[in-house]
Design a protein around this ligand. Structure first.
Ligand code: GLC
Length: 736
């Protein structure tokens, strides 16, 4: 076993970190501070910044003292005041996959639910909250900012991400990162790039032209970097056009540094490094080095420096980028401490408010909702609504305050090694009991449709909770509700017409029973107090304002791929794993996305396909009018319009503006979320980013907005259009 350079440095480290003073005064320019520190560092100290370990995999005798156990750690340089980097997952809270027995954290709703708010302030508030909990628990790097575009509604990690549109996802993730880094910790933005499915994630190659990449997945990262200024980018497992993301010079040097001017550092995903040459391609830090096939940035690097295949300057550059982020985000000036105070009550409200704003009301026939609180007997049927709500599995999994009431093995492939389905937080049964104090609330798990129908028949009101779980490292084969839930809903709805369906889902689902139920809501994975948020919406304490951040297909046949690419690939064998790493589930395969940059609603628009529910869709308990659309063109496109609350109660609208460039599918150029009292109007202006309405010319390496007539659509979703206008634009170009 190669000597772990980490532990020895780390063991000295933990003793001295708190007392050592940064070499250069806080607040000074991070570049200057980095240079000053580097000038005093030894070669070994520089190299020690370039590779990280997973504490769980370090021999107990070698484990550094005083380091919080999470996703990983990187030694610091105590004599120079350089702190250890102690890493935790992820975007939905301080995750705990068994690293800290008994530790809990505030569990935010899923990424898709946060994105359903279309409210950057919610993402920022959630980021501030989870960043402060990470800091209080002894972490100073948060592996958050997941912003892979949701291309396939079967992909296992969509629940972590922020939808199908690069402008929406990039804007929201930027605010999440801003919130997290306000706790003086580094946030990542991840997984760079095109890691948009789980099947074969360690071995597949996504083959895509540069223009399509730049106009979709890369644009989400570019906007996220501009808005959030993350200290680190995490490169992904997969290959892009045959070259691993973590050794992809085009991605990590040409795009990220040359074009976008990123000054932070690139860390790998865990088990995503395949060569020491990655260092000169733009990777700066090997994460969790024990699960790679080699210790590329320690043992192998030493050999490559010695034989001259890697220049010392590459070590300097990587160490400098890491130090710069350490200084820029306050890590050197904020001592690590594992006993910070956490106001869990206040944090629970952040999670509950986010859930309340992220609930999407999909159907409300006959204005069944909001409910009068008169029901005397309420049936809650399905999922484990008696034990809690579920959340997505994998590295983003947060053990909620109160702990898991139940954890089951639900993952099959490689995910089964580390992913569990848990139920925790406020239960829907208790939330409804609290909302209907005089009522009798009965629960049935819905596993026997006839029994469930019997329970429903005798109730005044029925809430069915339909669940479709999702996890990292595994995609779903379809988008149907599993375990006979469709039949159960049909039976229950036939027994009682006052049946509401709440979808506890990590991805869109088909709803063959939709015509039979008067009310449907998507509650996604609603976070530790999402049940209370749903109760607030059901009784009208909260007027729902969630809008879909991804399209709900009417059938699988509408998708660009009939099956998830690689789901029919040969399974990995020993030889595959020896080359591609332990996580490999299939043999290598190539794949491409026929939709290119026309992800999600753009694909449906290009194909003139009608989804079950469109991107941007969501109902309210009030009504809104969108009108007086005026557009201006020339060198830039802007649209001004009025939103009026035409109903009888306050509510928040999400007016959206889409633009169809000549010969292209429509693209979201902007939105707003005005909260309006009954009768109140607001005038709003949005301006198109040329990278959203333009094309990326890979030959000229420029964004180009062609001259021509553009169609502007104002509406409440990608297909519900209230007003349109045409406008002429001059040709315009912009650097990458
Ligand atoms: C995982 C994930 C990544 C996570 C990392 C550390 O495999 O892909 O999102 O941050 O490992 O847990």
């Amino acid at each position: 076993m190669a000597q772990d350079l980490q532990a020895s440095a780390a063991s000295k480290d933990s003793a001295a970190t708190s007392s050592a003073k940064p070499v250069v005064a806080p607040g000074q320019d991070p570049d200057a501070r980095a240079d000053r520190t580097l000038a005093q560092m030894t070669h070994e100290e520089k190299v020690s910044l370039l590779h990280g370990s997973m504490l769980l995999l370090v021999a107990p005798a070698q484990r550094p003292q005083g380091v919080q156990n999470g996703a990983g750690y990187i030694a610091g340089v105590p004599r120079l005041g350089v702190p250890m980097q102690v890493q935790t997952d992820a975007s939905l809270g301080v995750s705990n996959m068994g690293q800290r027995a008994g530790d809990v954290a505030t569990a935010l709703p899923s990424g898709l639910m946060l994105a359903s708010t279309w409210n950057p302030d919610v993402l920022e508030a959630g980021g501030r909250m989870i960043g402060s909990e990470a800091r209080a628990k002894g972490f100073n790097v948060m592996l958050a900012g997941g912003v892979n575009l949701v291309r396939d509604p079967r992909a296992g990690r969509n629940f972590e991400y922020l939808g199908e549109d690069p402008l929406l996802a990039g804007t929201l993730v930027g605010h999440q990162i801003r919130g997290i880094q306000s706790a003086r910790i580094i946030s990542t933005i991840k997984h760079f790039a095109l890691n948009d499915q789980e099947t074969g994630r360690n071995v597949l190659s996504v083959n895509m032209g540069e223009s399509a990449m730049r106009e979709s997945d890369l644009l989400a990262f570019q906007i996220g970097l501009e808005v959030g200024d993350p200290g680190s980018v995490m490169c992904s497992y997969n290959r892009i056009n045959g070259v691993y993301a973590c050794e992809n010079k085009f991605l990590l040097t040409d795009v990220l540094r040359r074009d976008w001017g990123f000054k932070g550092y690139v860390m790998s995903d865990w088990g995503a490094v395949h060569s020491v040459g990655a260092l000169t391609a733009g990777l700066d830090q090997q994460s969790g080095e024990q699960i790679d096939t080699k210790r590329w940035f320690s043992v192998e690097l030493k050999k490559s420096l010695a034989d001259g295949t890697i220049p010392e300057s590459a070590v300097y550059l990587a160490a400098r980028r890491i130090l710069r982020s350490i200084y820029a985000h306050g890590l050197a000036d904020t001592p690590l401490s594992m006993n910070g105070a956490i106001d869990y009550a206040a944090h629970a409200k952040v999670a509950r408010d986010a859930a309340a704003e992220g609930i999407v009301l999909l159907k409300n026939e006959g204005a069944l909702l909001p409910l009068a609180q008169t029901a005397k007997r309420i049936a809650v049927i399905g999922s484990r609504a008696d034990l809690g709500v579920t959340a997505g599995g994998g590295s983003s999994s947060v053990t909620p305050v109160g702990g898991w009431k139940l954890q089951v093995k639900a993952a099959k492939g490689p995910a089964a090694m580390f992913s569990r389905k848990g139920y925790g937080g406020t239960t829907l049964v208790s939330a409804l009991q609290a909302a209907f104090p005089g009522a009798e609330v009965v629960f049935d798990d819905g596993t026997d449709p006839a029994r469930a129908a019997g329970v429903a028949k005798s109730a005044d009101l029925v809430l069915v909770v339909a669940e479709k779980w999702a996890t990292e490292a595994e995609d779903n084969a379809d988008i149907s509700l599993p375990d006979g839930q469709d039949a159960m809903i049909e039976a229950v709805a036939s027994a009682n017409p006052r049946t509401i369906v709440a979808l506890e889902i990590g991805n869109p689902v088909l709803m063959p029973w939709a015509a039979k139920v008067p009310a449907i809501l998507s509650i996604w994975f609603p976070g530790q107090d999402g049940a209370s948020a749903l109760a607030d919406v059901l009784v009208g304490k909260v007027n729902p304002s969630g809008h879909l951040p991804m399209t709900f297909p009417a059938s699988l046949s509408q998708l660009p791929h009939a099956i998830v690419p690689g789901s029919d690939a040969p399974l990995a064998d020993k030889a595959t794993r020896a080359v591609y790493g332990l996580n490999s589930d299939t043999k290598p395969f190539e794949m491409s996305y026929p939709e290119g940059s026309d992800v999600g609603y753009r694909w449906y628009d290009a194909k003139q396909a009608k989804p079950l529910y469109p991107f941007g869709y969501g109902l309210s308990y009030t009504t809104f009018r969108y009108d007086t659309l005026k557009v201006s063109g020339g060198r830039a496109l802007s649209a001004t319009f009025t939103v009026t609350n035409t109903g009888d109660r306050e509510g928040a609208a999400v007016p959206q503006v889409y633009v169809r460039a000549p010969g292209k599918a429509k693209r979201l150029i902007g939105w707003a979320k005005p909260k309006l009292r009954a009768g109140e109007s607001r005038t709003i202006t949005v301006t198109a980013d040329p990278r959203v309405i333009g094309n990326f010319d890979a030959t000229a390496q420029r964004w180009v907005v062609p001259a021509g007539t553009y169609v502007v659509e104002l509406g409440s979703s990608a297909t519900d259009v209230s007003a349109t206008a045409k406008v002429k634009l001059q040709r315009a170009t912009r650097k990458p």
